[in-house]
Design a protein around this ligand. Structure first.
Ligand SMILES: Nc1ncnc2c1ncn2[C@@H]1O[C@H](COP(=O)(O)OP(=O)(O)OP(=O)(O)O)[C@@H](O)[C@H]1O
Ligand SMILES: [Mg+2]
Length: 316
C-alpha cells in the first residue's frame, strides 16, 4: 500500500473491516443419478439348488400376480398390508444374489434400479435420507424394481448406546428407510452378506428371506461346466475339480477358469491344463482363508470418515 493511501482512523478502529474476504466454497450439491437398467440375467443363467430356485419363483410369481389380486380383484382394500412385498437375498459373496435380483426383475418384465449404500451415502448432513427418497421416487416414476444392495450397511440393529455422531446418523438413515418402506407398495429386493445384525423392525417388513449358500458338489460341477467354454482347448477333469475343491462360490469358479486361460496363453501352452485351473483355484481359496482370518481383527466400516466428521461438526 502506497504512502498516499493511508487508512482512515475510523477504519483502523474497526480492524475487522479490512480483513480479506474469503470466498466460501459453494456447497457442492449431491449428484446421485439413479438410472434404471434392463436386467442383465435371467433365472436360467443362475445355478442354484432346487429349493432356492423354487423360493425365488414363489416370490416372483406373487409379485407378478399382485396386480390382478390386489388391483383388479380388490384385495388391495381388504388386505392392505399384504401388498407390501419385500424380499431379502442373503448369503456369502459371489453366490448369485445380484444375478437373482436381475433375474426376478426380468421375470416380471420390469427394469431394475440397483442402489448400493455407497451410492446413497453422502457426507452432507441430511442428504443420505434425501437420496434414499429419491431412489424410491425414481423407481416409482420409471416403474422399475428397486434393488438395495449391501442393505446391512443401513439396516443393521439400532445402535442403542450412541457413542458418537456416526451412530446417530446411521440410526436416522435407518429410520427414514423404514418409514418409506411402510408406504412402499411395490415389490422390493434387498441383498446382503450379513443378516445376523439386521434390525428386527426391518425383518418384520420383509415377507421372505432367501438364503444363498456356497454351491454343493453337484452345483459346482454344473458351474465348472458352465464356465469352461467348449471352444477352449483343455484337458480339465471337471468331476475331480467339483469333488476336490469345496468352499468355492460361483464367482470363484468363473474367476479360476479365466485366470487359468490367461496363464495358459501367457505360457504359450496349446491347451489349458488341469494344473493351471488347480493352481488358480488353490490361490483363490488361500486368499479367501486369509480374508476370513483377518475378519476377526478388523471392524467393518459402516459410513465414511468424512460423513462421520460432517455429522460431528454439525453437533458441536
Ligand atoms: N449361482 C451362480 N450361478 C452362475 N454364476 C454365478 C453364480 N453365483 C455367482 N456367479 C458368477 O459370479 C458373478 C458374481 O455373482 P453375483 O454378483 O450375483 O454375486 P453376489 O451374491 O451378488 O455377491 P456379493 O455378495 O459380493 O454382491 C456372476 O456374474 C457370475 O459370473
Ligand atoms: Mg451382489
Amino acid at each position: 500500500m502506497g504512502i498516499g493511501n493511508r487508512i482512515p482512523e475510523e477504519v483502523l478502529s474497526q480492524p475487522n473491516r479490512y480483513e480479506p474476504k474469503v470466498e466460501k466454497p459453494k456447497k457442492e450439491q449431491p449428484s446421485v443419478n439413479f438410472v434404471p437398467e434392463e436386467p442383465k440375467y435371467e433365472l436360467g443363467d443362475i445355478i442354484l439348488p432346487q429349493g432356492v430356485r423354487d423360493d425365488i419363483l414363489d416370490v416372483a410369481d406373487y409379485a407378478r400376480n399382485s396386480k390382478i389380486v390386489f388391483e383388479q380383484w380388490g384385495l388391495g382394500k381388504t388386505h392392505k398390508y399384504s401388498k407390501r412385498m419385500g424380499i431379502n437375498l442373503y448369503g456369502p459373496p459371489g453366490t448369485g444374489k445380484t444375478m437373482a435380483a436381475h433375474a426376478i426383475a426380468k421375470y416380471l418384465g420390469r427394469k431394475i434400479l440397483a442402489v448400493s449404500y455407497a451410492d446413497i451415502e453422502s457426507k452432507y448432513v441430511g442428504e443420505t435420507p434425501k437420496n434414499i427418497r429419491k431412489a424410491f421416487e425414481v423407481a416409482k416414476e420409471t416403474g422399475s424394481i428397486l434393488f438395495f444392495d449391501e442393505a446391512d450397511a443401513i439396516l443393521s440393529r439400532r445402535v442403542t448406546n450412541m457413542s458418537n455422531a456416526t451412530d446417530v446418523s446411521v440410526n436416522q438413515t435407518r429410520s427414514v428407510l423404514l418409514m418409506i418402506l411402510n408406504d412402499h407398495e411395490d415389490f422390493i429386493i434387498f441383498a446382503t452378506n450379513f443378516i445376523e445384525n439386521f434390525d428386527p423392525a426391518f425383518m418384520r417388513r420383509i415377507a421372505k428371506h432367501i438364503k444363498f449358500s456356497l454351491p454343493d458338489e453337484e452345483c459346482r460341477r454344473t458351474l465348472w461346466k458352465m464356465y469352461i467354454p467348449e471352444e477352449m482347448p483343455n484337458n480339465i477333469d471337471i468331476d475331480s475339480l467339483a469333488r476336490k475343491y469345496e468352499g468355492l462360490s460361483g464367482s470363484d469358479i468363473s474367476t479360476a477358469v479365466l485366470m487359468a486361460a490367461f496363464k495358459a496363453v501367457r505360457s504359450g501352452a496349446s491347451c489349458v491344463d488341469q494344473s493351471y485351473v488347480e493352481d488358480a483355484t488353490a490361490g483363490i481359496l488361500a486368499s479367501k482363508e486369509d480374508n476370513e482370518a483377518r475378519k476377526g481383527v478388523t471392524t467393518r466400516r459402516v459410513v465414511s470418515e468424512e460423513y462421520a466428521k460432517s455429522q460431528m461438526q454439525r453437533e458441536s
